[in-house]
Design a protein around this ligand. Sequence first.
Ligand code: XMP
Length: 516
Amino acid sequence: MTMADREKVLVFDFGSQYSQLIARRIRELGVYCQIVPHDLPVEQAARAEVRAIVLSGGPASVYRDGAPSMDERVLAAGIPILGICYGMQLLARLLGGKVERRGGQEYGPARLEIEAADGLLAGLADPLDVWMSHGDRVVEMPPGFVRLAGTPDCPIAAMGDAERGLYGVQFHPEVAHTPRGGEILRNLLFRIARCRGGWTMANFIQTSVAEIRQRVGDGRVICALSGGVDSAVVAALLTRAIGKRMTAVFVDNGLLRAGEAEQVCQTFRTEYSLNLHFVDAREEFLSALAGVTDPEEKRKIIGKTFINVFAAEARKLGTFRFLAQGTLYPDVIESVSARGGPSATIKSHHNVGGLPQRLGFELIEPLRELFKDEVRRLGAELGLPQRLLKRQPFPGPGLAVRIIGDVTQDQLDVLRAADSVVQEELARFDGYDGIWQSFAVLLPVKSVGVMGDQRTYENAVAVRVVTSVDGMTADWARLPAELLGRLSARIINEVKGVNRVVYDISSKPPSTIEWE
Ligand code: XMP
């Protein structure tokens, strides 16, 4: 079986903030799921491998001019369809029911009375806790539909036409606040759509390895290893597929945390027998950064230097037809999603994976279909150690954006030493798994202190520890006071050149996670 003819479910994206979550829930149940534009034509939607379609929620009102719709022929194609929220209202409108904004908005938890506990709601009993978030609602079902469940505020909260395999729910089965939502999706997949299941990372490896082998033939592949999860998993997968014909290049830009370069090499060379080429480019980066203080300028220089170093190394290492990189599914869908519009650039994130087309390689992106949690599971299946798979995100420009102002070797040494204390102490903290990122920032502020009987005049370090789900929003971690005290005391005692430690208690927004 190839990737293309694997059984799948499609999510028609009407702009819901939950579209990705729907896809992840379905995949967790063992069925591959893709997010597609809401107006996908029937020729592409009604293919043999498509077992079911989910119509997502969305911010619009179905009766407004220009409200997003779908190719109506899909409704008659014999594929089971579940409309969620906006998706349910669209089904009602297109099939002859009625949608209205009646009463107030309904937002938050609700208790569902079940009318028909078979089909979509098989195995469930009322009252069923569900999560609502809507203004409009279906007030008249289309011909052929029966009511499956309701709440006092929303009498038609679930409806279905078993004959045609069409269903709608006003609530959101995909969110955690609908505790038994997974069973509803499971009923859709396995009772109604008769999916076989079997989307597992073990199966993914099998198909992916076969496809990589076929595509690469006897060619060679190069990839850039950053020490992060994605590039590590790409390197491991490619090595599984083509062994030594895959070469990984690790560039030490001098902006890494203490021990990081050594750790990556150790893991990959000794535990994983990867064909790893290590480049010491510390000098090159440092001289390119000399005197630069503007954060965006730093990012551009680091990005450009990286590309130059990588391209030069690749030339030295021989001829490579392919470049493998760790593009993930969320990057791919942003461009097709109804929400994928332009947004203001706050920081031009440079990622090590992002090498330009003009280098002339053909791209291999084996993680293009995967969500981050799937990449971690894939890594585990490939035998990568948990300490690598659970690594906190680390910015491409590294410590350069954690030294406010210009970057010098001395400052890098100070920051690295302070940051090691943060790493060590946090690693021992019970709540470590709930932390998104924890690090030190070197401030360009000198303050007066006293050590022994001597006056000191030295730098301040900020400690930044945040919780977050996706890095888009974040909150400062409420660390125990003893831990904060230990961080401060150890940094001031152990790191020469620092006499003051502050704890950053800003959330994102309005601040960002990094200081630059
Ligand atoms: P901000 O500071 O924008 O960071 O709140 C959000 C997340 O992105 C990381 N970050 C970067 N990652 N290149 C990267 O690869 C960058 O230039 C960059 N800047 C910030 C940051 O560590 C956090 O996880």
